[in-house]
Design a protein around this ligand. Structure first.
Ligand code: ADP
Length: 260
């Protein structure tokens, strides 16, 4: 069993909110408990969170996600604070302090900025604080946007030299075809991102009208290239995080060369 010391967990909107856009408080509470518990085992933990636009929509009474970029950014600005307020409260119940880190592509790819970011992460770990990361939607539009939090979480894992990246999804892992089909099978282990893997993700994303798995495969490519184990597990059961850490079977594992 590998001993993971630095773990990045990414949580998607579908795990954080109900279909009506309101926060899934019990889900967030369980996630906060598991991450605090893991941090108590002297492991560095980072949470990459989506959900700011959804929370902003709910707060301002929007029923549908707007197309206008400026409006989406405004909703994210409203939602981000509320989301952090919720995390702060939940993590505090388990004795943990959290910090907000909002980043853009440039903060990761420009050397002096990335050094500043790493220094901040390290100082937070030293003081037992759990960093909660999101893309800085106020200033990041297309050119400087990483675009989705799956890939953002992989870059964060690379930046801080994490050894494990866990993506919490609304599904048990990567299926070999459209998961809505009866004969679709869960893929347990991926050793390289070959055509069969990209087509499993792409095939279904067009049918279902979601890029959900495509961005996760892109994240896996970055993780694997950097020697980081990545897992996709169902976020409706945060205990899956324990399973991955202790080497029990859960979700889909993407194994970098060094783990073979
Ligand atoms: P989140 O990022 O919140 O976990 P997404 O909707 O972005 O959610 O991604 C998960 C979704 O990807 C699944 O619910 C499923 O509908 C879709 N999907 C597309 N192709 C596949 C596949 N091959 N295996 C599993 N899920 C897939």
């Amino acid at each position: 069993m590998a001993d993971y010391n630095r773990i990045v967990v990414k949580v998607g909107t579908s795990t954080l909110t109900y279909g009506n856009g309101k926060l899934n408080l019990s889900g967030i509470e369980r996630l906060s408990m598991v991450l605090s518990d893991i941090a108590n085992q002297n492991k560095d933990v980072v949470l990459v969170t989506s959900g700011a636009i959804g929370v902003g929509m709910s707060k301002l009474g929007f029923k549908e996600r707007p197309y206008d970029i400026g409006l989406k950014q405004a909703l994210a600005a409203v939602g981000q604070g509320l989301l952090m307020q919720t995390y702060e409260k939940m993590f505090a119940e388990y004795g943990r302090v959290v910090a907000q880190i909002l980043i853009t592509k440039e903060d990761i790819f420009l050397e002096d900025r990335s050094i500043n970011a790493v220094n901040t992460f390290n100082a937070l770990f030293k003081h037992n604080v759990i960093p909660i990361v999101n893309e800085n939607d106020t200033i990041a539009t297309d050119e400087i946007k990483i675009g989705d939090n799956d890939v953002l979480s992989a870059y964060v894992a690379k930046l801080i030299k994490a050894d494990l990246l866990i993506l919490l999804s609304d599904i048990d892992g990567l299926y070999d075809k459209n998961p809505a089909l009866e004969d679709a099978k869960l893929i347990r282990r991926v050793y390289s991102i070959d055509d069969s893997i990209t087509s499993a993700a792409e095939d279904t994303s067009s049918i279902l009208g979601t890029g959900g798995m495509r961005t996760k495969i892109n994240a896996a490519r970055i993780a694997m290239e950097n020697g980081i184990l990545m897992a996709i597990v169902n976020g409706s059961r945060p205990d899956n995080i324990y399973d991955i850490i202790s080497g029990r079977e859960a979700g889909t594992l993407f194994l970098p060369d060094r783990k073979l």
